[in-house]
Design a binder for this molecule. Structure first.
Ligand SMILES: *Cc1c(COP(=O)(O)O)cnc(C)c1O
Length: 523
């Protein structure tokens, strides 16, 4: 490549070069799928050596051909192949084909979503996708797009914005929640004047197994971790409502100020769903904001068979939706929806060079008004394309397949004395542990947090090690990647089933492999 080979332009030679590079890249990617294993690269120390051998910024460039060879040698063979049915570790999945095509459009045209003049049709598409999502999650009654456009701005209409991920969606929602509360209840505009004098009294409630982005958000907002009250979970790993009521009453009695409850719809480890109806009622009673973190569980809305499990999201004031988890779209792709879109003004600040106030009157939408980011990706395209291509029915099948797989796997664990399983899955994650029969007979203890009391400490510790060794062996000897976490004080393993290519036969074969490895490491 020369200094003239820069961009795709209207010029035929540039177009040809673009096509050649994309075609060669596609071919190299295809060739990297040498088998169905998730990982076939080296162990960490060897991998570091391979990477460190490359001089990243030489004085003279080595040219496309040489660098492409290195891409083929160093990078592609050592990537995790997320489409593999052997990858089930995290809430991180494969990318649907049409969303990969979208990424090519996104990066080639490189729109930026902050102002209309950087993303004309992209802005309109994000707005339209957000409107569709507000209907999907029950924030708006279904009305034809032509009519909804004529709703006057002073009427509360739902709104939202695409974000970099669930963490940023949560952070955005909690910021809006705090500003709403301070405006409405304390008559203080935090955006202008900063935190109220008694800010150390503000309290946010969320379950003890909710995502750490709540603490991060409260830290960033100047409230600190101390503002986050961790509500215990019951044996199904759902927020204990009696405990929440008790905490609220005692906090109010102590002079603290509850402003928000975050319900998790799909906890990261267990996929458990907090009781959203009860939480909504308490938010109403105490005048608090209700946020739902559905980074994981949002995908369930697409399943005809299981939608009812998440339908109460409609009761919330805001919701986090992640498309790079159950929806299987490339990182990053997430949105936050706000039931009363006017509350998003918390994020509006006018800049002369970007989002002049007169623009709005003339129909120029500048989405920077709704985001904590400035330059921002056109991620909405992936949702726009994929929703059209697969439709409600296609999506329903994809999501239901993973949910059914989890139910099947749970049934297999229950039947097999080699395993103890923590809780019945509500979504598509199953947490379990290889255990001696004496322990699996008392699997309830894992749920209630008494796992440590069951066995002699040394024996329990020995089985923790067995589980860890099985997971390492699965990665490096079998190319299978599953998750590891802690439940009831004991090391557990985890299947996160996002990939609809996973079959019952596949799961059966893996369980028998895990048992064989368990037998090897436990004697
Ligand atoms: C994954 C996850 C998040 C964080 O989302 P990112 O997209 O990784 O930032 C937040 N909450 C829950 C429940 C999650 O599972």
């Amino acid at each position: 490549m020369t200094e003239k080979d820069l961009f795709i332009t209207e010029n035929d030679a540039d177009k040809q070069l673009y096509e050649d590079i994309i075609t060669r890249t596609a071919k190299a990617i295809k060739d990297a799928f040498i088998n169905d294993k998730a990982y076939t690269g080296p162990e960490p120390f060897d991998l570091k050596k391979v990477v460190e051998a490359v001089e990243i910024l030489p004085d003279e460039g080595i040219g496309f051909e040489n660098a492409f060879d290195r891409l083929n040698e160093v990078v592609l063979p050592n990537l995790l192949r997320t489409p593999s049915a052997d990858y089930m570790a995290h809430l991180h999945g494969p990318s649907l084909l049409e969303t990969i095509a979208s990424e090519l459009v996104i990066s080639t045209f490189n729109q930026s979503m902050d102002s209309w003049d950087q993303s004309p049709v992209a802005t309109e598409i994000e707005v339209a996708v957000i409107r569709e999502l507000c209907r999907l999650f029950g924030y708006t009654a279904a009305v034809p797009a032509s009519e909804s456009a004529s709703v006057p701005e002073s009427v509360s209409a739902p709104d939202g914005v695409f974000t970099s991920g669930g963490s940023q969606s949560n952070e955005t929602a909690l910021l809006i929640a705090r500003d709403w509360f301070c405006n409405e209840k304390l008559h203080l505009d935090v955006k202008k004047f900063g935190l109220p004098e008694n800010f150390t009294k503000l309290r946010l409630y969320t379950s003890e197994i909710s995502h750490f982005s709540m603490e991060k958000a409260c830290h960033i907002m100047g409230l600190g971790y101390q503002s986050v009250v961790k509500v215990p979970v019951d044996e199904k790993q759902k927020m204990d409502i009696a405990a929440l009521k008790h905490l609220l009453a005692s906090d109010v009695a102590a002079g603290n100020i509850p402003f928000c409850v975050v319900a998790t719809c799909g906890t990261t480890d267990f996929g458990s769903i907090d009781p959203m109806k009860e939480i909504a009622a308490l938010c109403e009673e105490y005048g608090m904001w209700m946020h739902v973190d559905a980074a994981y569980g949002s995908g369930v809305i697409m399943s005809d068979d299981y939608r009812a499990r998440v339908a109460d999201i409609a009761l919330s004031d805001s919701v986090t939706v992640d498309f790079h988890k159950m929806f299987m779209m490339p990182v990053s792709c997430s949105a936050v929806l706000i039931k009363d879109g006017r509350d998003m003004q918390a994020l509006t600040i006018h800049a002369d060079y970007l989002n002049r106030e007169e623009d709005e009157e003339d129909g120029y939408t500048n989405l920077v008004d709704k985001s904590i980011q400035t330059t921002r990706r056109f991620d909405a395209l992936k949702v726009w394309l994929s929703f059209q291509i697969r439709g409600r029915n296609g999506w329903s099948t994809l999501i239901s397949t993973s949910m059914n797989n989890a139910a099947y796997l749970y049934g297999q664990f229950l039947q097999d004395p080699a395993f103890a399983v923590v809780t019945e899955p509500e979504i598509s994650s199953v947490v379990f542990r290889l255990a001696p029969p004496s322990e699996s007979a008392h699997a309830d203890a894992l749920k209630s947090g008494n796992g440590a009391g069951l066995l002699h400490a040394a024996e329990a510790f020995r089985w923790d090690e067995v589980n860890k060794k099985v997971r390492r062996s699965l990665i490096h000897e079998h190319g299978v990647v599953i998750g590891q976490t802690v439940a009831g004080g004991r090391v557990c393993l985890k299947f996160t089933l996002l990939n609809p290519r996973i079959t019952h036969e596949k799961l059966d074969a893996l369980l028998s492999l895990i048992k064989t490895l368990g037998a090897r490491f436990s004697c």
